[in-house]
Design a protein around this ligand. Structure first.
Ligand SMILES: CC(C)(COP(=O)(O)OP(=O)(O)OC[C@H]1O[C@@H](n2cnc3c(N)ncnc32)[C@H](O)[C@@H]1OP(=O)(O)O)[C@@H](O)C(=O)NCCC(=O)NCCS
Length: 263
């Protein structure tokens, strides 16, 4: 019964205070579910962070309501109409384990009828989120290593078949943006040091040969991205972008991009 009273609406700046409070309480309770230290994800207790995210046009920030009271939040990271990311979900501890999180996901899926793939990452240590996501049909596809924690990367396919939002390597075109692609790391050349033309700062760069059944492409990785890939591993890239350099297509991973080691 209670679950039918759950609703989601786009958050507004005036909701930020309650959203921040519920977010802080929800993530602080991670200490009982494997968190190695107190805390939460970036900005989880910051009013300014939440206001900025509510205003951010690349994110869709929802408030979760039960009987018109805000009981949590959900942030969607939009990677295009067919591929959506659950950046964050939380439910106020007093309302947890009553099916609210599950109901919220169903409402979110209804809001994005074109999304045929949903993805998210969660810390490996989290003994609450891992069973939660699995209970609603998410399946582990990989691991991420870019944060201070090792992440499990999950996806949920809404429709079967090759995902609409993903590219095969032979179909990747010059100037393509927001590329989502999977491939095997055949070779890593580098890293080598270069100086930034703008700041003179020393940067590291490596050229990766990424292949699938249809072809190969050069993937250029920088600094912290480089140790995330190993020869012979299979990876998924999100938010890749492509340009031609000396007659060769090359892909880089954007600021908001992800490198996922597939398992
Ligand atoms: C993860 C979270 C959103 C789940 O919301 P919820 O409303 O409590 O979840 P539900 O009641 O819909 O749970 C559905 C299922 O998930 C699993 N689950 C939920 N909480 C669990 C827990 N504490 N331990 C083990 N399994 C759990 C169970 O299988 C549960 O089904 P059941 O209650 O019939 O056994 C909530 O616990 C939360 O806000 N956590 C803190 C913030 C966080 O880590 N967010 C996710 C990362 S961005």
């Amino acid at each position: 019964m209670i679950k039918d009273s759950v609703a989601i609406q786009r958050a507004e700046v005036e909701d930020a205070e309650v959203l921040t409070e519920t977010c802080k309480s929800a993530f602080d309770s991670d200490s009982e579910f494997g968190a190695p230290r107190p805390g939460g994800p970036p900005g989880y207790e910051s009013l300014e962070w939440n206001i900025e995210k509510i205003k951010n046009r690349y994110l869709h920030y929802y408030k979760i309501l039960n009987e018109e009271e805000i009981i949590g939040g959900f942030i969607v990271g939009d990677r295009g109409p067919n591929y959506q990311v659950c950046e964050r979900i939380w439910i106020n501890p007093s309302q947890m384990r009553k099916g609210m999180g599950t109901r919220t996901f169903h409402l979110i899926w209804e809001k994005y009828p074109l999304a045929d793939l949903w993805v998210l990452g969660t810390p490996e240590w989290n003994t609450r989120t891992n069973p939660f996501y699995q209970s609603i049909g998410f399946v582990q596809i990989g691991k991420t290593h870019e944060y201070s924690w090792d992440g499990i990367y999950y996806e949920k396919k809404i429709t079967e078949g090759f995902p609409i939002a993903m590219s095969r390597i032979e179909d990747i075109k010059d100037r393509q943006q927001r590329v989502i692609v999977e491939g095997r790391v055949e070779n890593i050349a580098g890293p080598r040091a270069v100086s930034s033309r703008k700041t003179g700062e020393e940067l590291k760069v490596a050229d990766i040969t990424l292949s699938d059944d249809t072809g190969s492409i050069k993937l250029v990785l920088w600094n912290k991205q480089i140790p995330q890939v190993k020869v012979d591993s299979s990876i998924r890239i999100e938010e890749g972008y492509v340009k031609t350099y000396r007659d060769e297509l090359q892909m880089s991973v954007g600021q908001w991009g992800m490198i996922i080691t597939l398992v």
